[in-house]
Design a protein around this ligand. Sequence first.
Ligand SMILES: [Zn+2]
Length: 99
Amino acid sequence: MSAGMLCKHTLDAGFGQFLNILNHVCFKRGAYFAKVDANGTSQTCPRCQTHTGKKELSERVHKCPECGYETNRDVAAAQVVRQRGYTAVGHIAVNFGEG
Ligand SMILES: [Zn+2]
């Protein structure tokens, strides 16, 4: 079902259902749930918040030209998502890659 004309729609529907279930489970357990804007997460440095520009999909390493922070591209994007989540609930953003 995830192949062919309905491929993307099916996968989007599956992910949307996952988010609905996650929202429900968080509600039942008293945990906070919120979505964050995922746009540009691979183009932002999680340490210094500098916009680093678009990366090709083949570029698997995030290397910031400003602060020199270097890590896996997906890890950097996940750190940006986490910071946006912290910011959404009023926590101070955490710097990564120290030491
Ligand atoms: Zn940086």
